[in-house]
Design a protein around this ligand. Structure first.
Ligand code: SF4
Ligand code: SF4
Length: 351
């Protein structure tokens, strides 16, 4: 489990368990949920539609055997049901707007009953942007619940009436892989529900989502030229686990995602000129297009393109291997600096 998240979760549990530190614990819980939701936002904002219905670990056991789309639906449907139908005894966020139609979900349940191909088919039907908006509404709504919670509420337990209300809501499938959830939730007090589903459940599923997206990126990069149009090496990039590279549909390079229509000007320019990369362009040295407009900040990357022009991609990869062996760094600027000629000199010295 992600160390930072699990430590925060442990600390939060300990803080809410004591009256004097309860408020601090709730504040930490909200902070943890915000951190975790940030991962979801990055995934939704940067991955292509098909990423949300792929099952790269379909045969595995565990949360990572599902899809990104299913994971989002499942985390927040469970939270919505528990927060509203069980704890607050009011209407779920799902019904506050026409969410099901917007999301295009064929079900209102948690999805536990779905299996194999059924999970992929369900996920392919979802409108991910609408689903993301629903997730955020559920999070905001639960955050309000958490902010209004008092220490004495933690020991609140649930009754047969609560169990009946959950059954009648139709929010949990009668399938044996789903129905157990009702007993599971009703067997806990509010403190237990803060753990599952309001914190630990998020951590487990979001970690699984990270595994899924890492694998999708790894698969997308397989067999694809590891040198980006601008001269960066995807094999040496610190974003590797997030990005399939700009020669694939899993391009999450921050420069591309911030560009109009998410198209990197360097990639577009190369394609327009019919070039493999900027390193093949006669205008490279003086070019200020796209990523190169960063000037000093991106001279290190231009230095790599110039190095490829002279020595080729394999030689650049060998030099980058050397540099990574010698130094602990993330961005190439940390080693090549901000001056074009100085950067080139360092690359030459490390051949
Ligand atoms: S700046 Fe453009 S060319 Fe360079 S890695 Fe990012 S998307 Fe690819
Ligand atoms: S003009 Fe600039 S961005 Fe376009 S291919 Fe040449 S070096 Fe790359």
């Amino acid at each position: 489990m992600n160390k930072e998240w699990s430590e925060k979760n442990r600390e939060m549990q300990s803080l809410i368990g004591k009256k004097e530190s309860f408020d601090e614990g709730i504040a930490l819980l909200l902070e943890l949920r915000e951190d975790l939701f940030g991962q979801i936002t990055s995934i939704v904002n940067t991955y292509p539609k098909e990423a949300f219905f792929q099952m790269p670990f379909a045969k595995a056991k565990g949360y990572h055997s599902k899809t990104l789309g299913y994971s989002l639906w499942h985390i927040f449907r469970i939270e919505d049901i528990v927060a509203h139908t069980l704890i607050c005894q009011d209407s779920q966020v799902l019904y506050s707007e026409d969410w099901n139609r917007e999301i295009n979900s064929p079900i209102i349940t948690t999805g536990n009953e779905l299996k194999g191909e059924g999970i992929a088919e369900f996920s392919a039907a979802l409108d991910v942007r609408a689903l993301y908006d629903y997730c955020r509404s559920v999070m905001d709504s639960t955050n309000e619940l958490l902010k209004n919670l008092q220490y004495k509420d933690l020991r609140k337990k649930f009754t047969d009436d609560d169990r009946e209300r959950l059954i009648e809501s139709g929010s949990v499938s009668k399938d044996e892989d789903a129905l157990w959830l009702i007993d599971y939730w009703c067997g806990k007090d509010v403190k237990g529900l803060i753990q599952m589903p309001f914190s630990r459940h998020w951590i487990m599923h979001i970690e699984a989502m990270c595994r899924i997206k890492n694998e999708l990126c790894r698969k997308a990069r397989k067999g694809v030229d590891f040198i980006a149009f601008c001269g960066l090496s995807c094999n040496h990039c610190f974003l590797k686990e997030w990005c399939g590279g700009c020669r694939t549909s899993y391009n999450t390079c921050s420069y591309a995602t911030c560009s109009p229509d998410r198209v990197c000007p360097n990639a577009a320019c190369c394609e327009e000129k019919g070039l493999d990369g900027c390193y093949d362009c006669d205008s490279l040295a003086g070019c200020l297009t796209g990523f190169y407009s960063g000037g000093n900040d991106t001279n290190a990357v231009k230095a790599m393109a110039m190095f490829i022009r002279k020595h080729g991609k394999k030689e650049l990869a060998a030099v980058l291997d050397n540099l990574h062996e010698k130094y602990d760094f993330q961005k190439i600027q940390e080693i090549l600096g901000f001056d074009l000629n100085e950067g080139l000199k360092i690359l030459e010295e490390n051949r």
